[in-house]
Design a protein around this ligand. Structure first.
Ligand code: NI
Length: 139
């Protein structure tokens, strides 16, 4: 079991009020949980900025499947980078639109390069990289 430490924080009353409203609207039951999540988030961001280790990225792409060249290009890019792409899900959103979610594992530079390749394809309506971690660096 990990040791738990308590620490005090001095904070402007108004700022804390806003924080409490925000975290309660998000469903947090107490400040400790919310602060722990904020700390983890900032550590993952640091991992991405400075780290040279293995990271996780989740890329979501929205596009129209009627553009055949785009569908082919997307498949080609995924095959080309297959060691970095650990999972892919394709969802037909409606008659025309598709959502593809790719989970990438590798160095941050590589994950960003693949994301850039995907998002600059003609016909991609939305492409977003969400950064995550393998969890090894976090307690
Ligand atoms: Ni589809």
């Amino acid at each position: 079991m990990q040791k738990i430490t308590r620490f005090g924080v001095s904070i402007d009353e108004k700022l804390l009020e806003h924080f409490d409203e925000k975290i309660s609207s998000e469903g947090y039951l107490n400040r400790s949980e919310a602060i722990r999540d904020l700390i983890r988030e900032s550590l993952v961001e640091k991992e991405w900025k400075l780290g040279d280790g293995e990271l996780i990225g989740v890329v979501s792409l929205v596009f129209s499947h009627s553009k055949r060249e785009l569908t082919e290009a997307l498949t080609e890019i995924q095959h080309h980078h297959y060691p970095s792409i650990i999972s892919a899900v394709h969802i037909h959103l409606d008659h025309d639109n598709c959502l593809e979610v790719l989970i990438l594992k590798g160095k941050g530079k590589k994950i960003r390069a693949i994301t850039d390749e995907l998002k600059t394809l003609r016909g991609v309506k939305h492409c977003q990289l969400s950064i995550s971690t393998t969890g090894k660096e976090l307690p």
